[in-house]
Design a protein around this ligand. Structure first.
Ligand code: PPS
Length: 500
């Protein structure tokens, strides 16, 4: 379109409608403008791409050109549960961390979930748009008016969805002892066969039914009706610029990078928060990237408690029942999956294929550089550096990574950012944004604990109190909204104690 217009203009000029002098003047002006725009592009690219990350700075890492666009830096990511959202959040963390953007972080580890999001739960919030926050990305129950108090008007909203059957498997394995409906069920298969026997809508049971619908801030308990589902769809369309699909993670990343105008390198990631073994893989019912990664890593099902395997195993018929049980989520999944593929069609299949290949190639290269043994995901207890062990909850091991030894400082830092688990990364960003509080806490951990409980006055479900000292520093006990007790030494989360 643009080219045709330019050709017409040239023909017009050559046809002698204006004098030769004017032709040359116009051409000179054109060249000067093009040069200036190019120069601005280079300068801008430099400003969003800090030096010092050698392996991440190859021309491939930038990816195919995005044309002239401004990278988005006001971003709201609705971190839905069990949808690969921790992997997405890690990318946002890295992007913001490297560019010193300001994150809207929770006072503790959650924004009062499962209560609807409230702006006052953001650390440092001083009233509607009193301070510029760039990125908001923690788990929350979406509540648009409150989010709008925190985020600027030009914020880019996006989220991610997953097939409700996969979500249910992941949710059951993780929240077996947290969700009352799951706690009572003998196994996921048992739950799928008789959900009403275990499910009580009067008790908060968001993890057990229509978790997506709940996270988007809507009623997860209503009986399915097309009208209600369409209303939910409309709300999402009106608010969110993009909905990604977990099963097509790499394609999602390409759409995202184009929507945000970000270099390719920023959306290259290692899968975080993966279960060691997926129940449906046991019976060979479905393949998955995790099972493939685990198989490639040679970890198979070793170390998995046989009991856990039985508890989470489901047949294909039961997976279908789980989809029907989560009928609203199924509606949202099908609807936005369709939209997703329409977007890819407009984007161009060939270009998508090309960029996905490039992304995979970069991931492979980065894994070789950053990760021990070429990137095998490993059980938390095998990770030597305790600071990067992923938080464990539920029936199955949550896998993490080990860094390649002997990396130079800049590379090590860039690699570490890619594998640092969510809770630890949140602590790092928190300490960076609130250095005074962190410093006081280092000097006197009891003060940190006291400070934390002071700022949490509005949250009776969370609290932090000093616990008995351990070798290597005093330990604080953090109680999260769901009753789980986390042990924290100085700024580091060291273990989950047990659920109450
Ligand atoms: N890149 C990529 N592609 C596809 N799937 C991925 C990816 N990264 C993580 N995962 C899977 O996402 C599941 C964890 O989701 P979340 O990080 O959203 O969980 S949480 O709600 O924050 O606990 C968890 O699913 P399960 O393994 O089925 O439990 C992860 O394996």
């Amino acid at each position: 379109m643009l080219f045709r217009r330019r050709a017409r203009m040239l023909r017009w000029l050559v046809c002698g409608r204006v004098g030769t002098v004017w032709i040359w003047k116009a051409l000179l002006l054109f060249v000067a403008i093009a040069f200036a725009v190019q120069l601005l592009g280079v300068i801008f690219n430099k400003s969003v791409h800090p030096p010092g990350h050698s392996i991440f700075l190859s021309s491939d890492a930038q990816g195919p050109s995005l044309g002239f666009c401004q990278p988005h830096t006001h971003i709201m990511f609705l971190k839905t549960h069990k949808t690969a959202s921790s992997t997405v959040l890690n990318m946002l963390y890295r992007f913001g961390d490297e560019r010193n953007l300001r994150f809207a972080l929770p006072l503790g580890y959650q924004f009062g979930y499962p209560l609807p999001f409230n702006a006052h739960r953001v650390k440092g919030y001083r009233g509607p748009r009193a301070m510029e926050f760039h990125i908001l990305g923690h788990h929350m129950r979406f509540n648009k008016p409150e989010v709008e108090k925190v985020m600027p008007a030009d914020t880019f909203y996006f989220s991610i969805i997953r097939d409700p059957a996969g979500m249910a498997e992941s949710s059951f394995a993780y929240y077996k002892e947290v969700a009352p409906a799951f706690r009572k069920a003998k196994s996921l298969g048992d739950f799928a066969d008789n959900p009403y026997r275990y499910y009580d809508s009067r008790v908060r049971n968001n993890y057990a039914r229509n978790l997506l619908m709940f996270d988007f801030g809507m009623d997860n308990n209503a009986n399915f009706s097309l009208a209600v589902a369409q209303k939910a769809e409309t709300m999402i369309r009106q608010t969110f610029n993009l909905i990604l699909v977990s099963e097509y993670f790499d394609q999602s990343m390409i759409l995202l990078r184009h929507a945000l105008c970000w270099p390719l390198e920023t959306v290259v990631s290692f899968s975080l928060n993966a279960r060691q073994q997926k129940p449906s893989d046991v019976g060979g019912l479905s393949g998955s990237f995790v099972s493939k990664a685990a198989a490639a890593a040679g970890i198979g099902f070793r170390g998995v408690r046989p009991q856990a395997k039985i508890l989470t195993n489901v047949t294909e018929a039961q997976r279908e029942k789980l989809r029907q049980w989560n009928a609203f989520d199924l509606y949202l999944y099908k609807t936005f999956n369709r939209t997703f593929w329409e977007d890819i069609k407009s984007f161009g299949y060939a270009q998508m294929e090309q960029e996905v290949s490039l992304l995979r190639m970069l991931r492979k290269e980065m894994a070789q550089v950053c990760l021990r043994d070429g990137g095998k995901p490993v059980e938390a207890r095998r990770i030597r550096d305790k600071n990067i062990r992923p938080f464990q909850l539920g029936l199955l091991q949550i896998l993490g990574y080990e860094l390649q030894p002997g990396l130079d400082n800049a590379t090590r830092m860039a690699c570490l950012r890619m594998i640092r688990p969510e809770l630890q990364y949140k602590d790092v960003l928190d300490a960076k944004q609130f250095p005074r509080v962190a410093q006081l806490g280092q000097q006197n951990p009891a003060l940190l604990a006291a400070g934390a409980s002071l700022v949490r006055q509005d949250s009776p479900r969370t609290g932090e109190r000093p616990a008995e000292g351990n070798a290597g520093g005093r330990t604080a006990e953090v109680r999260d909204w769901d009753g789980s007790r986390l042990m924290r030494r100085n700024q580091t989360l060291i273990q989950k104690v047990r659920l109450t």
